[in-house]
Design a protein around this ligand. Structure first.
Ligand code: MD6
Ligand code: FE
Length: 216
């Protein structure tokens, strides 16, 4: 029922721990979600969504862009953070104030005070899009956590161990949920299962994920 969907995560305020230093803050972004989505549209207008290519030459299914001082990019030469958007040749758009504030506060709620992200990767998923298991290790310092904000259609997040073959938990992420992992859990494998088509409110058949990091 559409009315149930209006409330996003079914358990606003709950904290679901995935590991000692990894938690999903249910509905943490709901109160500012409309503001976040307006800011996402403004970022995409300046730095368009694009499908990047892996060093191995495969096209990444997720469409991405960035905001903040540094942006995550991938091409035939490798994965890295850059100050310029290779598509426009300009700096990435500034990180909107509401993005930085949410990331900082969610990190503090999860036990990581003092998080100051300098990079926000904006990912768009369409029905069928998946993200295979990987570790985030292009950042200079693994001392800072990762903050991941889900907007739009729900997704099944995979949260694994420190080896690719380790068993991964499946976690449903709804509009407004914020996942935070850091410390001993910073380098765990994670990914997203192929998205099911269950249109969500004003975003329709899309999921937007914001991933905040301290990259430089
Ligand atoms: C997500 N993205 O889009 C999570 N990590 O829900 C990632 O975990 C990610 O998209 C490293 C590099 C690119 C990514
Ligand atoms: Fe990742």
């Amino acid at each position: 029922m559409a009315t149930l969907d209006l409330f996003g995560s079914p358990a606003e305020g709950a904290r679901d721990w995935l590991a000692p230093q990894a938690v999903v803050l249910r509905g943490r972004a709901l109160s500012c979600a409309d503001e976040l989505l307006d800011a996402v549209a403004a970022v995409i207008a300046q730095a368009p969504l694009r499908q990047m290519v892996t060093p191995g030459g495969l096209t990444i299914a997720v469409a991405s862009t960035n905001c903040g001082v540094l942006g995550w990019t991938s091409d035939r030469r490798g994965y890295r953070y850059s100050r310029e958007d290779p598509v426009t040749g300009r700096r990435w758009p500034a990180m909107p104030a509401c993005f930085a504030q949410l990331a900082r506060q969610a990190a503090a709620d999860a036990g990581f005070p003092g998080f100051e992200p300098d990079a926000c990767l904006v990912n768009q998923y369409l029905p069928g899009t998946r993200l295979s298991l990987h570790q985030d290790k292009n950042e200079r310092d693994f001392g800072a956590p990762i903050v991941s904000v889900s907007l739009g259609m729900a997704a099944v997040f995979l949260f694994g161990g420190h080896e690719r073959a380790d068993r991964a938990f499946k976690v449903n992420l709804h509009h407004g949920d914020v996942a935070v992992w850091g410390g001993a859990d910073r380098l765990r494998y994670h990914g997203v299962m192929p998205l099911e088509d269950a249109p969500y409110a004003q975003l329709g058949s899309r999921r937007i994920n914001l991933t905040f990091r301290k990259a430089g």
